[in-house]
Design a protein around this ligand. Structure first.
Ligand SMILES: [Zn+2]
Ligand SMILES: [Zn+2]
Length: 876
């Protein structure tokens, strides 16, 4: 490799990249350990339909550090890239590009053409991703990735769904689901969790007139548009309610709420009764756009009614609320659905038909006001869920959906989670543990186009349902099955699948599945298991290590755990490293829309990948948020990267001048001077510290230890103290000792730092590599500490010397004497302090000399730190 003197990051790093690629170093580093113990990694697949941002870079850096480390530790660490290719984000991009606004538009355009565009769009930024991955030095096999849209992958996913189907864990329900009217699809609980925003909306107190009495139930709602679908009012059975007279009107509401709502007002209490006494009382409907066959518009009892807000009377619309729907099932209430899937009122709602329901709220309020049915209107601030993809307010909507019965497996989920090692530890029983212990059934189906088709076919004639678990099975059931096929829509829907019972044509349930199920299947589907590679699957399950951003606790970490628990009843991973968010300079979350982040390429070109890596690795614990801006990386470059480089260049240039050859002039450690043995001893401890910290994913502690060693021990102390040993002309044993020591240190440091700053480590290694050594630092084994080289006595003694030097420096600075000014004499008295019981470590020479710190005019202590002329000084 070309020798480079001045460190220009992009030149050095490009030189190294060229070397790796020309010599196939990544592949060799993996192959070399074949047959050794595996360290199994699973890549959380990114989507390549957007450009990579700094958060992606951080994830890739962290993964790379751990994988390089375990490789050098002798593990067999194959790494395969993956691409997440399905789902709404892809569809949304294509819709924008083609100018399609609704699902009807897509269908008019043609699903086949649409999905072809989606497939293309999926890899729109593939090159940017590959280049970023390459440039940051993340070693992963990009040539042979798993891709969730491939037939084989889909077939494995189908196989898994059939397993669930056969055990009865896959069912069709009519639950109320959070639903995005724009995307036209239900969202899973973990998707909803990502999109809450605080909003202020009008809430209204509405009067419902009793059928047989001139009195009103007072109810409260924040969603006036749902009143059109009201079928009941719910009270708490065991709470007291009051009938009061207020300004000439007779109102019924909970006693506890009366006290709060009518505080300071005059009212008369007419009656008091428990909620259950109201059960069955009928009232006049507010709206009658639909008159249901089932009995409606009466009071029901429900335990979920609280006294915390509102009136203690809850308006029930089973079409639009989870609890409403459950209560409706209990009382056999009708479901009045007046809202279409696009979120607008249907034809029956004459005044507001075609209007988005939330937009109709003010008009509905006005209408009720005119009819004298509004008691009060109040602004109400609460957290409301928005679609995390398109920012449309979600509606709670009773719709048909396929579910995975995850809630039945809460206990197993919790048990399996116990086997996982989380970093940081609190995720285990906190963020993740809480989430799985309350796991809801997984709304799997999506009423969309670009995704893994739900492999369930239904016979209209006899009602028979089949879940297809393989391509073979589909072939068997289909009248014709072409040679070339694509398991997406519309291909699967165009097949003539015949009912085995009655031989009439079956229709597929028209859905695709949640793309989180795709990525959560990666641990088996990447192998096309169980159709192929059973052995590979078994060898790679469970996975040893995964690493993604913290927000994946409700995303990929969860979907993996849920699927693995249901299919194999064990955790799919052993160790998880969760990463903090990358923030901008001001500490704001980086967002695509704000574009408040730097293009990683800009940093690669200027400060380099190593500086960026080191900054991310050493600044904070991996799971803490980190700010990303150029000045911070520049500082890292100056402080650590350049210090390391210049120290190396110092050794390199002197040893080249002197033609030092470690294979010839190497002096054994035990024959070297104290200072040489000191830094070798320090080096052993550094190796121990780094190893222990990386093993525990305390990457920040490992990198900081290296940084301190390089800056303080090596550059500021050892090299400065030893420079003059190299200035002598003739070859002496002392000079060779110094070279041998620097050689040992840089060889070890290049290996030790290789997982973190793979480029510079390689450059240094190549600069000092001797014949017969590994071709690349990344093919070397990770350094092991040698206990026999640790010398506590020398280290302690050196601590004293360094402390004295520090004190000397302090005295000089106080006395205004420059460091370079020669020092004639220094006296250090380490005895009197020791007699007083102080240890050598705490020696305070100035105190023992004249008793007052800094008072003594004489310069008492030094090493040659205090001046270039300090050779004659002796520390006594
Ligand atoms: Zn949406
Ligand atoms: Zn049939």
């Amino acid at each position: 490799m070309k020798e480079i003197e001045n460190y220009k990051p992009s030149i050095v790093e490009k030189e190294v990249l060229k070397f790796w690629e020309e010599n196939d170093i990544f592949r060799k580093s993996v192959e070399k350990r074949k047959g050794r113990r595996r360290f199994v990694f699973l890549e959380g697949p990114p989507t390549a339909n957007g450009t990579p941002h700094p958060g992606h870079v951080l994830t890739r850096i962290m993964k790379d550090v751990v994988l390089r480390y375990y490789t050098m530790k002798g593990f067999y660490v194959p790494r395969r890239a993956g691409w997440d290719t399905h789902g709404l984000p892809v569809e949304i991009e294509v819709e924008k590009k083609l100018g399609l606004k609704t699902k009807q538009d897509i269908e008019k355009y043609g699903i086949e053409k649409f999905n072809r565009e989606c497939r293309k769009s999926t890899f729109r930024y593939e090159n940017e991703w590959i280049e970023m991955t390459r440039r940051v030095g993340f070693w992963i096999d990009m040539d042979n990735p798993y891709i969730t849209l491939e037939n084989d992958y889909i077939e494995s996913v189908w196989w898994s769904l059939k397993q669930l189907w056969e055990k009865g864990h896959l069912y069709k329900g009519y639950k109320v689901v959070p639903y995005c009217p724009r995307c036209g699809t239900a969202l899973s609980a973990h998707e909803v969790a990502q999109g809450y925003k605080s909003v202020t909306e009008p809430s209204i107190f509405v009067k419902f007139k009793l059928r047989d009495e001139n009195a009103y139930f007072l109810a409260w709602t924040t969603t006036p548009w749902t009143l059109l679908s009201n079928v009941a009012l719910a009270v708490h059975p065991d709470e007291p309610y009051l009938k009061i007279k207020y300004r000439g009107e007779i109102l019924i509401l909970a006693e506890e709420r009366v006290a709060r709502l009518f505080k300071g007002e005059e009212y008369e209490i007419l009656d008091r009764f428990m909620g259950k006494e109201l059960e069955g009382k009928e009232y006049e409907p507010l709206f009658t756009y639909e008159r249901p066959e089932k009995k409606a518009w009466y009071v029901i009892c429900a335990d979920f009614v609280t006294m915390d807000e509102g009136t203690g009377i809850v308006h029930i619309a089973p079409a639009f609320g989870e609890e409403d729907y459950e209560a409706g099932r209990e009382y056999d209430l009708p479901v009045i659905q007046l809202v279409k899937r696009d979120g607008t009122f249907d034809e029956k709602v004459e005044p507001w038909k075609g209007m988005f329901v939330k937009d109709a709220d003010p008009l509905i309020i006005k209408h009720l006001e005119e009819r004298g049915l509004i008691f009060a209107v109040q602004d109400y601030t609460h957290d409301y869920p928005f679609c995390w993809r398109c920012d449309t307010p979600l509606l709670y909507y009773a719709m048909e959906s396929w579910f995975i019965a995850v809630s039945k497996f809460r206990k197993q989920l919790v048990e399996n989670n116990e086997t996982v090692e989380w970093h940081p530890d609190h995720i285990k029983h906190g963020r993740f543990g809480d989430f799985i212990s309350e796991a809801k059934d997984w709304a799997l189906s999506r009423n969309r186009y670009w995704g893994t088709p739900l492999p369930i076919w239904r016979c209209k004639k006899c009602g028979n349902e089949i879940c297809v678990g393989s391509v073979e099975e589909l072939k068997r059931l289909s009248k014709e099955f072409p040679e070339k096929y694509d398991l997406h829509k519309p291909f699967v829907d165009n097949l003539e699948v015949m009912c085995p019972n009655c031989n009439s044509r079956m229709e597929r349930e028209p859905y695709v599945i949640d793309c989180w199920y795709d990525s959560g299947s990666a641990f088996f589907a990447q192998w096309h298991y169980p159709f192929e590679n059973q052995k590979e699957f078994e060898e790679n399950f469970p996975v040893d290590f995964i690493c993604e951003a913290l927000d994946q606790t409700r995303g990929w970490f969860y979907s993996l755990m849920a699927i693995s628990t249901l299919l194999f009843n064990r955790a799919p991973y052993r160790r998880v490293l969760t990463l903090g968010l990358v923030l901008d300079r001001e500490g704001q979350k980086m967002s695509k829309s704000k574009k408040n982040y730097l293009d990683p390429n800009y940093i690669f070109d200027r400060e380099g990948a190593d500086a960026m890596r080191w900054y991310f690795l050493s600044t904070n614990a991996p799971w803490m948020p980190i700010r990303f801006y150029e000045d911070a990386i520049k500082e890292t470059l100056g402080k650590f990267i350049l210090t390391f480089w210049n120290s190396y260049r110092f050794y390199k240039s002197y040893s080249s001048l002197d033609k030092f050859d470690p294979t010839r002039g190497y002096i054994p450690i035990d024959r070297r001077r104290e200072i040489d043995r000191w830094i070798i001893s320090r080096l052993q401890k550094l190796i121990m510290e780094v190893t222990e910290n990386v093993e525990n994913f305390n990457i920040h502690k490992a990198t900081r230890a290296i940084e301190e060693f390089v800056i303080e021990d090596l550059s500021n102390w050892y090299i400065r103290r030893s420079r003059k040993r190299l200035w002598v002309e003739e070859e002496s044993e002392d000079k060779l000792s110094c070279y041998s020591t620097l050689y040992d240190v840089f060889l070890a440091l290049s290996k030790l730092s290789a997982p973190f700053i793979p480029f510079m480590a390689e450059m240094i290694y190549q600069g000092i590599r001797c014949k017969g050594m590994e071709e690349s630092v990344h093919l070397c084994d990770y350094p092991e500490a040698d206990d026999s080289l640790i010398d506590e006595d020398i280290e302690k003694a050196m601590d004293v010397v360094r402390e004295i030097a520090d004190m000397g420096r302090a005295i000089r600075s106080r006395a205004g004497v420059k460091i370079r000014y020669p020092l004639g004499r220094a006296i250090v008295d380490g005895q009197s302090n020791k007699k007083q019981g102080g240890s050598e470590d705490q020696i305070s020479p100035w105190q023992s000399h004249c008793g007052v710190r800094g008072k003594c005019g004489e310069e008492d202590i030094t090493t040659d730190e205090l001046g270039e002329g300090g050779d004659k000084c002796k520390v006594r």
